[in-house]
Design a protein around this ligand. Structure first.
Ligand code: PEP
Ligand code: CO
Length: 472
């Protein structure tokens, strides 16, 4: 198959298409390859969604986080859907991310890097290629970029045209997000812009309001004193991220830019490698190794220390600061035995990475009635354990990766309102994994500041102040 970006070379050197020589996991089976190539060519001609300058800026911010000077908040939907590309959903997502970042920044006394799992989070890995319901077997739903969730043969047929739509919906989402920022949405002096309507119904409403108001007051005060707070702009930065799973799409959005070396995935700032596609000999690792973007990779309980070190060597051979983020998702039952050997191996090898905890994906369970959920207590317990283990190993936990939404859904159990199994059906909307609702997300943000402050302190190697982060 010929690449829209140039021909493959057999000599082992990298191109945006060299992944095609490797085995690619989790790819749909398209029945019209010519149509697939045609769509990829059309996408390849469209303007990019993000710039290489923004990507480099995020890499510098992540390098700061690696050194203990920033904290990463990486969160959003498990899967975005085309149907949810509307103003309210986008605004609510940003609101919850911003409120959490305000609480984290204030509690941790550090600038927070905000990275949304959105404007492109449309492809999903699945445990099985096919799904059987009532005797009928169809291809699994692999995210809106591939097929539709409805259980009928036409909806489940992988359709290449959806890649084009995904690119367009990502552009719409990002366009509105950028317009909101231009209009002052990210202004830290006005967190009331970020208030969600249903906060009043929360049992913790007073606590949230008081905390946000206090923080806003101190920002206003500092602003009147100095105009700007430290070197951080008053308007807060924001970046996008998605799992770069569907390789024909990712190849089509991988470009060169004038005046900069190398290749950039210009559909997102921070692409990540999912747990099911991190085989060192596989197509995804081949694709990612050649990118200039910062790269994140999920790490699960079965990852062996030696394999992790090999992956780091392939993905970041020159130890570039900010290049490598490792997102651990062990599950609260496995973290105590699975995480320490990995931290020790990376530390002993002298490798510099940004460690982030995803307390969601190792804690997914199915209720007796067949609903996929996660218990808030298990999420909390993995989070607390992660801070403690890093403290004990002398490594720094520099961020969190969460699935959450600004909507008032009932998908995860527990939390301040103590959601029970019978509550799940009330507002269960996710097409893939259960997300924290607004209230649970805010509760977790407060918890993170508490456990991070209580965890043993790791002294960073450098103590310089933060670099500025621009608005996208
Ligand atoms: C995800 O982040 O939605 C996901 C599928 O995660 P993981 O690769 O860790 O299972
Ligand atoms: Co998920």
């Amino acid at each position: 198959m010929n690449s829209p970006q140039g021909s493959m070379r057999e000599n082992g050197s990298w191109t945006p298409a060299s992944w095609r020589l490797r085995e690619a996991q989790q790819q749909p089976c398209y029945d019209d390859r010519a149509q697939l190539e045609n769509v990829a060519r059309r996408i390849g001609k469209l303007p990019p969604l993000v710039t290489s300058g923004e990507i480099q800026e995020l890499k510098r911010a992540l390098a700061d986080a690696q050194e203990g000077r920033r904290f990463l908040l990486h969160g959003g939907d498990c899967a975005e859907s085309f149907g949810d590309c509307d103003a309210d959903t986008i605004v609510n997502r940003l609101k919850v991310l911003f409120q959490m970042s305000l609480i984290l920044g204030h509690g941790l006394k550090q600038p927070v890097i905000r990275v949304g799992r959105f404007a492109g989070q449309y492809a999903k890995p699945r445990s099985s290629d096919r799904e059987t319901v009532g005797g009928e077997t169809l291809p699994s739903f692999r995210g809106d970029i591939v097929n539709a969730a409805a259980f009928d043969a036409a909806a489940r047929r992988p359709d290449p045209e959806r890649m084009f739509q995904a690119y367009a919906f990502s552009a719409l989402t990002l366009n509105f997000t950028r317009a909101l920022f231009e209009g002052g949405f990210g202004d830290l002096r006005h967190p009331e812009y970020w208030q969600l309507d249903w906060i009043d119904q929360s049992p913790r409403a007073i606590e949230y309001r008081r905390e946000v108001e206090e923080i806003a007051n101190s920002w206003r005060f500092l602003h009147t004193l100095g105009g700007q707070v430290g070197t951080e702009r008053v308007s807060a930065g924001f970046y996008t991220s998605h799992e770069a799973l569907l390789l024909p799409f990712e190849e089509a959005v991988t470009r060169r830019v004038p005046h900069r070396r190398g290749w950039f995935n210009l559909s997102t700032h921070l692409p990540w490698i999912g747990m099911r596609t991190s085989d060192i000999d596989g197509a995804h690792i081949e694709y990612f190794r050649g990118l200039q973007n910062p790269v994140a990779m999920k790490v699960g309980p079965s990852t062996r220390p030696a394999d992790l070190l090999r992956l780091i060597e392939v993905l970041n051979p020159h130890e570039e600061p900010g290049r490598m983020t490792l997102i651990t998702r062990m599950g609260c039952k496995h973290i105590a035995e699975a995480l320490p050997p990995l931290l020790a191996a990376v530390r002993r090898a002298g490798r510099h990475v940004l460690w982030v905890v995803d307390p969601m994906h190792g804690n997914t369970e199915t209720t007796p009635t067949g609903i996929k959920t996660r218990h808030f207590d298990n999420i909390r317990s993995e989070l607390e354990a992660a801070f403690q283990i890093h403290g004990a190993e002398g490594t720094r936990l520099g961020g969190v990766h969460l699935e959450m939404t600004g909507e008032d859904v009932t998908e995860c159990l527990g939390g301040a309102r103590s959601l029970q199994e019978q509550d799940l059906s009330r507002a269960y909307k996710t097409t893939v994994d259960p997300r924290l609702n607004y209230e649970q997300a805010m509760e977790l943000a407060m918890l993170i500041t508490k456990v991070a402050r209580a965890a043993p302190k790791v002294t960073g190697r450098a103590a310089a102040g933060p670099r500025p982060v621009a608005v996208i």
